[in-house]
Write a protein that binds this ligand. Structure first.
Ligand code: AOS
Ligand code: ZN
Ligand code: ZN
Ligand code: ZN
Length: 426
C-alpha cells in the first residue's frame, strides 16, 4: 500500500481546518517577543525522526503478545510501513535497522524501496543480547563485557559485521545497546566488566569508517536486575571519551530511574559536545516504551527546551540522531507511532517558542517567578496549528491520524498480509 500526493491534497482540501486563523494569532502574539513563527514552522517541517524497524509490529511483554494483524513480515514490508508514516507526516524519513532481524537479502533492492519512500538509513543497531539459533558463542553471561574472551570476540565481530552491512546501505552510525550486567551481587567483578567493555568498544570504534559515529546507550536495569555495566550517562560518557571524537552518548528517555532530571543530563552532554543519539518514548515506572508524551508531557517539553538551547549554543555537539524507541502492546503500532511523531513536534514547537532573551534576563535578575512564567507561557501555548502548518508546507496530511483512518490503512494491510502476523523483532 502506498499513499500518494494527490490522495493527500484531496484529503487536506476536504478537511476545512481553520488552523490558518490560529497561526495569525500566534504570529502576532510572538512577533512582539521577537520570535518568528514562520521560522518555527520551517524547523518543524525539517525535523526528521527515525523509525526503528522493530516498532512496526505489536511488541508484547513477557506475559504475552497480542498480534495486531497486518504486521510486516519482512524488511521490505517494514519499509513500506514507514513509507506510509512518512507520506502522512513527512517527519519519518529515516529507518533504524536491527541486525540480525533485518539482514537485507538484496541490498540494492532494499535501497530502491527505501528511496521510493524517501527514507534514509539512520543508525544501525547491533544485537548481542540474544543468542541466535546458529550462534557459536553465548551471550548468556555478557557480550562486550564478558569474562569469556571468545564471547567478547564474537560480539565484537558481530558489531563489525553490522557496520559492514550499514556501509552498504549508506548508514553513518552504529548504536550499541548492551544488556550486559549481573542479576545477583557477586556475579560479576565490576571493574573487570567495565574494562572488558571499554576494550571491546574501542576495537569496534577503531573498525568504523572515518565518517561514522558510535552511539553508546545506557540503561540502569533490565534485563539484568542487579547491575548493568553501562548503567548511566556518566559511564557512557566515560566510554565515549575513551573511544574518541566520533563516539557519543545516546539518551533513551526510558532508561532512567524515576524522577531523574533528564533535561539536565541533556544539557551536560551537549555542553561537552557528546550527545549523539536520542531515543524518544515515555514511561511511568521503567523502560515502559510508551507513546511519546503520553505520561509526562511537561518533562518532554523541558527536555526539548535543553535540546533546542544546545542545538543553538553548542555547535561542537553534532546534530543528534533522533529515533522513536517505543513498543506497542495494545494499540495499532502505526497509530501509536503517529501519536509519538505528533507529540515530538508539539514539544519541539513549544520549546522553540521559549523567549530565550527574556529568560536570560530573568535569570540574570534572579527573578525566579518570571523564569517559570516564561517557560510555562511557551508550554501552555496550543501549538497544534504550527504543526499543521508545517505538515501543509511539506505536503503531508494536515491531520495524519484522521487521514490514516480515512484511508483504511490497517484494513488494507490486514487484507494484504493476513490477520495472524508476527513481525520479526522483539
Ligand atoms: C533497549 O532497552 C534499548 O532501548 C534499545 O535501544 C532498543 O530498544 C533495543 O536495541 C531493541 O532491540
Ligand atoms: Zn533505546
Ligand atoms: Zn530501552
Ligand atoms: Zn525503552
Amino acid at each position: 500500500m502506498k499513499i500518494n500526493t494527490d490522495q493527500l491534497s484531496e484529503f487536506n482540501k476536504k478537511q476545512n481546518d481553520s488552523f490558518e486563523n490560529e497561526i495569525d494569532y500566534l504570529k502576532n502574539k510572538f512577533a512582539k517577543k521577537g520570535i518568528s513563527v514562520a521560522n518555527i514552522i520551517q524547523k518543524l517541517a525539517d525535523f526528521q525522526v527515525a523509525i526503528p524497524s522493530w516498532a512496526l509490529g505489536a511488541g508484547g511483554t513477557r506475559f504475552g503478545r497480542f498480534s495486531y494483524g497486518g504486521e510486516p513480515a519482512s524488511l521490505e514490508q517494514k519499509l513500506d510501513d514507514i513509507g506510509i508514516l512518512h507520506a502522512l507526516t513527512k517527519t519519518a524519513g529515516a529507518v533504524s535497522l536491527h541486525i540480525p532481524w533485518d539482514i537485507p537479502e538484496d541490498v540494492n533492492a532494499i535501497k530502491d524501496i527505501a528511496k521510493s519512500h524517501h527514507i534514509v538509513f539512520d543508525a544501525m543497531n547491533s544485537n548481542t543480547f540474544q543468542d541466535q539459533p546458529d550462534a557459536k558463542e553465548s551471550y548468556k553471561f555478557g557480550s562486550l563485557n564478558s569474562m569469556n574472551e571468545a564471547s567478547r570476540e564474537y560480539a565484537v565481530a558481530h558489531n563489525k559485521e553490522v557496520i559492514r552491512i550499514g556501509e552498504e546501505l549508506g548508514s553513518k552510525s552504529l548504536t550499541v545497546w548492551l544488556a550486559d550486567g549481573a542479576s545477583f551481587p557477586g556475579q560479576l567483578n565490576f571493574q573487570n566488566a567495565l574494562q572488558n567493555t571499554e576494550k571491546s568498544l574501542k576495537e569496534i570504534y577503531g573498525s568504523m569508517p572515518e565518517d561514522w559515529k558510535l552511539f553508546i546507550e545506557y540503561k540502569p536495569y533490565e534485563p539484568n536486575f542487579y547491575s548493568t555495566t553501562i548503567q548511566d550517562w556518566g559511564t557512557s560518557f566515560m566510554l565515549a571519551n575513551a573511544c574518541g571524537d566520533r563516539a557519543f552518548t545516546l539518551v533513551d528517555l526510558g532508561h532512567h530511574l524515576p524522577n531523574t532530571n533528564i533535561e539536565q543530563i541533556v544539557a551536560t552532554l551537549m555542553y561537552k559536545g557528546k550527545l549523539g543519539g536520542f531515543h524518544f518514548n515515555d514511561s511511568k515506572y521503567g523502560d515502559d516504551d510508551l507513546t511519546v508524551g503520553s505520561i509526562k508531557p511537561y518533562a518532554l517539553f523541558l527536555i526539548f527546551n535543553e535540546l533546542v538551547y544546545g542545538m543553538e549554543n553548542n555547535p561542537h555537539n553534532p546534530y543528534p540522531a533522533w529515533m522513536i524507541d517505543a513498543s506497542h502492546n495494545i494499540k495499532d503500532p502505526l497509530e501509536d507511532l503517529l501519536q509519538s511523531l505528533e507529540a515530538i513536534l508539539i514539544a519541539y514547537a513549544q520549546a522553540l517558542l521559549v523567549d530565550q532573551k527574556a529568560l536570560k534576563q530573568a535569570q540574570l535578575n534572579n527573578d525566579v517567578t518570571q523564569c517559570q512564567e516564561i517557560l510555562q507561557d511557551a508550554y501552555r501555548t496550543d501549538v497544534r496549528s504550527l504543526v499543521k502548518a508545517a505538515r501543509a508546507k511539506s505536503g503531508a496530511a494536515v491531520n495524519p491520524m484522521e487521514a490514516y483512518r480515512a484511508f483504511d490503512v490497517r484494513k488494507t494491510l490486514i487484507e494484504a498480509r493476513g490477520l495472524k502476523t508476527v513481525a520479526t523483532g522483539l
